[in-house]
Design a protein around this ligand. Structure first.
Ligand code: HEC
Length: 103
């Protein structure tokens, strides 16, 4: 019995790690959960979602700059858009998503 419990416990740990690694959120999912509150309506000077004019000069900086500013924050833009649980890749996905809708 004790042994069964141990096996179950280690399977549980393994499964939770596996699902954590596998479940990368899409740009759209991250955007809706963490970025839309500011970028949806253009709050505090945030470039508004889908607003080509607002994004033009930002996109012109190049994607690496946009990724860095999204990850580290810039002026009123908080680091990772306050999504502390997002991976760097997930933040990049969200930037890609916003940029793709503003071109
Ligand atoms: C608390 C409000 C807020 C949230 C939440 C937020 N942003 Fe922003 N974001 C801003 C503001 C304000 C700016 C404009 C900053 C500036 O240039 O002065 C900005 C700018 C940006 C830029 C352009 C940076 C540049 O170099 O021009 C990107 C990319 C960006 N945000 C991505 C994101 C992503 C991705 C998320 C979600 C994970 C997010 N933001 C969530 C407020 C927010």
């Amino acid at each position: 019995m004790k042994k069964t419990m141990l096996v179950l416990a280690s399977v549980g740990v393994f499964a939770s790690q596996a699902s954590f690694a596998a479940a990368e959120r899409t740009g759209e999912a991250v955007f809706k959960a963490s970025c839309n509150m500011c970028h949806g309506a253009g709050i505090a000077g945030a470039p508004k979602f889908g607003d080509k004019a607002a994004w033009k000069a930002r996109i012109a900086q190049g994607m690496p700059t946009l990724y860095t500013n999204a990850l580290k924050g810039i002026r009123a833009m908080p680091a990772k858009g306050t999504c502390a649980t997002c991976t760097d890749k997930e933040i990049k996905n969200a930037v890609d998503y916003m940029v793709s809708k503003a071109k």
